[in-house]
Design a protein around this ligand. Structure first.
Ligand SMILES: O=C(O)CCC(=O)C(=O)O
Length: 256
């Protein structure tokens, strides 16, 4: 069943769609690319200021467009609340790279502004995990500096590649991961779907010689990663981490 579903959602890598050939090459090889100074600092500051002045994201209020997920608060529908965020969400280089990596028909999904502000707050995604069994790419654009204390994501470089170790994990994901219309987990399994134990992560790292990349970078840094690679969040030690995020996926991905 999973094999059939995967067949229907195959990637179509199209290098001709991007001028960032070297970036595409790195993404294909490593599953992740970190690009410093992707946009100028004035644009970054303008988006951050608009987020502060026009939204309640940094306050404690929750409303239908501000939700708590995995030690983060997400502002959904960011184009409506922070219009300047289109500088990132509609960026042609990002779109072309995502389409070159996934398929000419790939589409963006689940755009958000995310903040981490609870020092020491932990969550399930602090375990190494994959996010999907289908092709999926994530984009993080930093609106604050993300140093070692500011919860940089950690990614196991090269772990996005197809291999036997992931077959069971993807199968379980396919069978049990469900979300409701509001994007909340629809069963108890879902929060843990895709996660592996620290002991498993250690053994896999030893076997495949993956290096861990800590995604640190100044405000204005762009991180693009393949969500099929093993990665984990880390608790915030100080400050806040503010970023724009979006997924890219194949159309008719039917992502619950
Ligand atoms: O927020 C992070 O640092 C990591 C997020 C994560 O694990 C995910 O998006 O699946």
């Amino acid at each position: 069943m999973l094999a059939k579903a995967k067949q229907a959602r195959r990637r179509r890598i199209s290098p001709g769609l991007t001028e960032d050939k070297h970036v595409l090459k790195m993404l294909l090889r490593d599953g992740i690319v970190v690009i410093p100074q992707f946009l100028d600092i004035e644009t970054v500051r303008a988006i951050a200021e608009e987020t502060h002045s026009s939204t309640d994201l940094l306050a404690d209020a929750l409303h239908p467009d501000i939700v708590k997920r995995n030690a983060r608060r997400l502002l959904l529908n960011p184009r409506k609340h922070v219009p300047s965020s289109v500088r990132v969400f509609d960026d042609g280089r990002i779109r072309n790279l995502a389409r070159a990596y996934l398929s000419p028909e790939a589409v963006p999904d689940r755009e958000a502004v995310q903040v981490k502000k609870g020092v020491g707050e932990q969550s399930i995604v602090d375990f190494y995990h994959i996010d999907e069994w289908r092709p999926l790419l994530s984009v993080f654009f930093y609106l604050t500096d993300v140093g070692s204390d500011n919860a940089p994501m950690e990614y196991l470089v090269g772990s996005h590649r197809g291999a036997l170790w992931r077959a069971r994990l993807e199968q379980d994901f396919f069978e049990y991961y469900r979300k409701d219309a509001q994007g909340r987990y629809a069963n108890e399994e879902s929060a843990y779907a895709g996660c592996i134990l620290p002991t498993q992560a250690r053994r896999l790292r030893e076997r495949y010689k993956w290096r861990s990349m800590s995604c640190e970078g100044a405000a204005g840094t762009l991180v693009i990663f393949d969500n099929l690679g093993l990665h984990r969040a880390r608790p915030l030690k100080a400050g806040t981490r503010l970023l724009l995020s979006a997924y890219w996926q194949l159309p008719d991905g039917d992502m619950e």
